[in-house]
Design a protein around this ligand. Structure first.
Ligand code: ADP
Length: 191
């Protein structure tokens, strides 16, 4: 799943993981839990995340590679917040090729800037994330436009991208994603 901060990727990823019975792998969540547990990785990334910068590709790629090699990812997985840079796209290609697999679809969730800024400022009041201040939010959005949005064209050239409007009720967005996935031949397993 790709889209600007605040588009709802994390919220949808959790729902989709349960619908499609695959793990949702969120690099942001993995980094946050490392920060909370004060692991060595957490200490390395804490200040970077608080400033809204991207964690270096080498660290991020290593985290994803190790998570993808866990057994629950064998039958499929959903990536939330990865890849975010061209280097990460190439590393992911390499990892998946090594596992004899590839992505099936890239879900782009759209939301305009005013909406995402207001959602993230709201979330700041609820979750207290260090990177949800207005200055840091603006910086994260700028980084997204500069480093991550260009990946959409790269994946579109592979014909993998489906675009879903991220505005509206959570359930409505989920339904849009489920319909979009069906156009790519991806159906939820029977309950
Ligand atoms: P957001 O959707 O607001 O970007 P995330 O929880 O996905 O929130 O990510 C939070 C932070 O974690 C990012 O601002 C960045 O510091 C770090 N991060 C997450 N994924 C990546 C990635 N793929 N590459 C580099 N940094 C990442």
């Amino acid at each position: 799943m790709i889209g600007p901060p605040g588009a709802g990727k994390g919220t949808q990823a959790v729902i989709l993981a349960s619908t499609y019975k695959i793990p949702a792998i969120s690099t942001g969540d993995i980094f946050r839990s490392n920060v909370a547990n004060e692991t060595e990785l957490g200490l390395q990334v804490k200040a970077i995340m608080a400033a809204g910068e991207y964690v270096p590709d080498s660290l991020t790629n290593a985290v994803v590679e190790s998570r993808l090699s866990e057994s629950d990812a064998k039958a499929g997985f959903l990536l939330d917040g990865y890849p975010r840079t061209t280097d990460q796209v190439h590393e992911l290609d390499r990892m998946l090729t090594a596992h004899g697999t590839a992505l099936s679809v890239v879900v782009l969730i759209t939301a305009d800037t005013d909406e995402v800024v207001s959602r993230l400022l709201n979330r700041a009041g609820v979750e207290g994330r260090a990177d949800d201040t207005e200055t840091v939010i603006r910086h994260r959005l700028a980084l997204y436009e500069e480093q991550t949005a260009p990946l959409i064209a790269l994946y579109a050239a592979r014909n993998w991208v489906v675009t879903v409007d991220g505005l509206g009720a959570v359930d409505d967005v989920t339904s849009r994603i489920v319909s979009a996935l069906a156009t790519k031949g991806i159906a939820a397993p029977a309950a």
